[in-house]
Design a protein around this ligand. Structure first.
Ligand code: AFP
Length: 334
């Protein structure tokens, strides 16, 4: 494995460009990577260790939890709560913010995560992932809710780990996007995709078409135009994908371009959007923008939204610049 750059080496080298850093951020990322390696191992073992299927509980969103939702949440919490790098955590699976136990030191970061995104795919052996967002916090405090409710533009780091045919970590600290592949033989994430860039144009969209009748006119218009192919105003034939796993969709878009939409819909007025701002949309928006893409609700830049709740939902439209800007344009015309 000569000349292979590990995740740790990459982060340390990046941090050296900022003299005076304490090493706390590097250590935190290492702890997250360790937790994700454990999750990768368990996801990979699947039915052999009896972790598939539903638990008999619901999360704050009222969604039935999978056994692995609970197991992976515990892995993340137990890997991070004792380290002294955090002032608090928040998880998709836990209603309130997660306090650092009083007997452990507090640090200067907050971590928000979705421990197993796409978990409804787990029983059918499709790709799932862990998404995380890191914010800086006042040092040494016991963070409260207000400390978490900050715009996505304030994130210092965002990433996700995709448990697919390979396990991959995609990461940004605001200096481009890099991806690392887990080398199972040596247990290290190795830098394999440097400075990922999303092609500006695309002919591939990802949306759950079964929701079509509930969408607003701008999204209806865009998809109708895509479906008209070369005979329509967009003048090209489109391809469609829907994996129902945000991590897998975003990884595909980082690799070959495309647009992903989970837009506003009128199915349930109490729940006009599905995806969560703080641990799904924000980290993905940071990554997508750093790779040259665009991420919007249709009207507003995701990273500019001031959150009002940890589990807040937002419409999410992200991907190749020209295509997302077209959909945003349609919203602004209306
Ligand atoms: P789960 O974690 O419950 O499987 O939800 C996955 C997800 O949040 C996101 O990863 C997908 O893009 C989206 O939901 C899929 O939603 P539909 O099942 O409504 O298509």
């Amino acid at each position: 494995m000569t000349n292979k750059v590990t995740l740790t080496q990459f982060i340390i080298e990046q941090q050296r460009e900022f003299p005076g850093t304490s090493g706390s951020f590097t250590a935190l990322l290492n702890d997250i990577a360790t937790a994700c390696k454990k999750i990768s191992h368990i996801v990979n073992r699947g039915e052999l260790i009896g972790v598939l299927g539903s638990a008999e509980s619901e999360n704050i969103q009222g969604e039935v939890q999978k056994k692995l939702d609970i197991i992976t949440n515990d892995i993340m919490v137990n890997a991070l709560n004792w380290t002294g790098h955090l002032a608090g955590m928040a998880s998709e699976e836990i209603d309130d913010i997660i306090k650092i136990p009083s007997h452990y030191p507090k640090g200067k970061y907050l971590v928000l995560f979705d421990p197993l995104d796409g978990s409804s795919n787990i029983d059918v052996n499709l790709a799932v992932g862990t998404i995380f967002s890191i914010l800086r916090c006042r040092e040494g405090i016991d963070a409260d809710l207000q400390d978490f409710l900050r715009k996505g533009s304030e994130q210092v780091c965002a990433g996700f780990v995709l448990y697919g045919p390979s396990t991959m970590m995609v990461l940004t600290t605001g200096h481009g996007v890099n991806a690392f592949t887990l080398d199972q033989d040596i247990g290290e994430f190795i830098l394999t995709h440097r400075n990922m860039r999303i092609p500006e144009e695309t002919a591939e969209f990802a949306v759950n078409m079964t929701n079509q009748r509930f969408w607003q006119p701008p999204v209806q218009r865009y998809i109708a135009e895509c479906l008209q192919g070369t005979e329509g105003p967009l003048g090209k034939n489109y391809n469609m994908r829907w994996i129902a796993s945000l991590v897998a969709e975003v990884y595909r878009i980082l690799t070959r371009g495309g647009i992903f939409m989970y837009p506003l819909d009128s199915r349930n007025p109490a729940k006009p959007a599905k995806l969560r701002l703080m641990y799904e949309a924000n980290p993905m928006a940071f990554i997508i923008e750093q790779a040259g893409g665009v991420c919007s609700t249709g009207r507003d830049r995701i990273l500019d939204i001031k959150p009002t709740d940890i589990h807040q939902r937002v419409p999410l439209i992200l991907g190749s610049k020209q295509e997302v800007e077209r959909v945003v344009g349609y919203h602004l015309e209306g």
